[in-house]
Design a protein around this ligand. Sequence first.
Ligand SMILES: [Zn+2]
Length: 172
Amino acid sequence: MKNYSFPHDQFKEVLASNAEYATTFKYSELSGSAAKGLAIVTCMDSRINPLSVVGMRSGDAKILRNAGARVTEDVIRTLVLATYLLNVDRILVMPHTDCAMASGDEADIHALIDEKFGVDTRSLEFRTTSNQEAALATDVNRIRAYPLLREGVTVAGAIYDVKTGTIIPVDC
Ligand SMILES: [Zn+2]
């Protein structure tokens, strides 16, 4: 397999900002455990800064992200590890308002990509939903029901409002 040289041009400001960040780095003493015992499963949406949303900082919480904040096999796998080995005893599944993954059905998203790029993505399941609260309840209960999750872990769901920054708790 060929190794390509790092694309410095495309990551120029990323590397420059990191060099700056490292000059005042203050988290060297942190461990990999979640100091506040919290894991948040949320969307990749760039408007969400999960730690800031709950008043936390580096070292406090585990953050898992994907399109739509859906509870997939990989999310479950990660949560099992986090609850046994990384101090997590509270899990908050937190999708958000104005999420593209909750705005229509699967077929529409595939059609949109096909229309714009001429690529058929139907072999992938995007896990879109037209009922965000119902999908959230399904996902929260999927975690709760998972037999290998550590005993005593609390699992909850809430929706983050991208217009106000508020978390709205949902009964799941
Ligand atoms: Zn989203």
